[in-house]
Design a binder for this molecule. Structure first.
Ligand SMILES: [Zn+2]
Length: 94
């Protein structure tokens, strides 16, 4: 499983949203090697993939650990913003 994802990714992180200075050809330059272990995980890991893996979605892609952390942080922010908006909506009902 992991190996199939890595072969498809060319053993290189597939994130396209990491900082521009770490990108080449539109994706992260981090490659699998002795100091970096890439992770095979869904393209949208969700806000808490360890405890709520059912909220992950998308095809399996290769991630370097920092890009994966960033993707989770983005998902958490989306979730926080949504909860804040729902709370604001609830306030206006009363
Ligand atoms: Zn990366």
């Amino acid at each position: 499983m992991w190996e199939q994802v890595m072969i498809k990714a060319g053993y290189r992180c597939e994130d396209t949203r990491c900082p521009a200075d770490r990108r080449s050809g539109g994706r992260c330059i981090t490659e699998h090697g002795p100091y970096v272990r890439l992770i095979a995980a869904p393209a949208y890991p969700g806000p808490d993939p360890l405890r709520r893996p059912n909220e992950s979605s998308g095809e399996m892609v290769a991630w370097c650990p920092p890009c994966y952390d960033q993707a989770i942080k983005r998902a958490r922010k989306v979730e926080r913003d949504r909860m804040r908006m729902e709370a604001a909506d609830a306030d206006t009902l009363f």
